[in-house]
Design a protein around this ligand. Sequence first.
Ligand SMILES: C[S@@+](CC[C@H](N)C(=O)[O-])C[C@H]1O[C@@H](n2cnc3c(N)ncnc32)[C@H](O)[C@@H]1O
Ligand SMILES: [Zn+2]
Length: 170
Amino acid sequence: MAKKIERRTSKIHGNGVFATRRIGKGNEIVEYKGRLITHDDADATYGGLDTGHTFLFTLNDKYVVDANVEGNIARWINHSCAPNCKAFTESHKSGKKKKDRVVIEALRNIRKGEELTYDYDITVDGPISAAEKKLWACRCGVPDCRGTLLKAKTKARTKSVPKGRQRKKT
Ligand SMILES: C[S@@+](CC[C@H](N)C(=O)[O-])C[C@H]1O[C@@H](n2cnc3c(N)ncnc32)[C@H](O)[C@@H]1O
Ligand SMILES: [Zn+2]
């Protein structure tokens, strides 16, 4: 089957991922791959929110997918506040948390040449400082852009990216 996505320079940030042909709504596009590390390892290796950049994706309450190592093209997908894709965790039927996976799926029909995006949903215990908002400024460019990749935590969530600061208060 012909490749349906490729990495290219993005107007949003650095590298992005683009559709090389039409992708229908509901299609599974790619798995977010990387080595599995525990939340404690993620904190120890990458710290909290101080970089403004992450290749981490929370898989479940035990593991984080670290796409810095063994990552695939999915690690280049940028965030948008009005995304055309969603990222979700698929739990393995065996219940083995190591076997869960993160999947990126089309939220709507995507045209050839469109950049793929999903909502990173990076939730942190509030309040979020002005400096943190700036460090994690969103450049998705949609009319309703929230201005930052960070969201103040309002309820328990299972999906987010950097876990360091979240866990301190949970
Ligand atoms: C998984 S990487 C995506 C690939 C990234 N463009 C790159 O070249 O490394 C996630 C990082 O990309 C940047 N990024 C992604 N979406 C963004 C957006 N909407 N606005 C600003 N920066 C963004 C942030 O630094 C974020 O932590
Ligand atoms: Zn935005």
